[in-house]
Design a binder for this molecule. Sequence first.
Ligand code: CO
Length: 149
Amino acid sequence: MSRSYLIVATVLLAARAAYAQDCSVNLEGNDLLQFNLKNIDISKACGEFTINLKHVGKQPRDVMGHNVVLAKTADMAGIDADAMKAGLASGYIKAGDARVIAHSKVVGGGESTALTFAVAKLSGAGPYSFFCSYPGHSATMKGTITLKP
Ligand code: CO
């Protein structure tokens, strides 16, 4: 095995690691109705993108539940109003809500979940946002999606 081959292989592995990291993000929700991110950058080069949601608080999901919902910013209020009626048993998402591009389950303190979706779903007219659809949370638990090349 030549030295140049080893160098090329090492560079390729490093590039792959960087690519994988760019197609996911770690999002944290706490007991104070806060996400740790106000924006998530998503590269259009990613086939799929994953939001890893961790509830870093202590409150249970029926008191301080968090999920992450992806939608057009203009659809947030409507999704949120219907989510309240849907209730916790439905994960605070109206069944079959076509405005919801993707959503995770609701987690409580100390729990984690992951939301993976096809980036092609964000190819329409944005802008897009992410938010928590637990009643009353989206006022503060929301952020923008910035699509990158
Ligand atoms: Co929440």
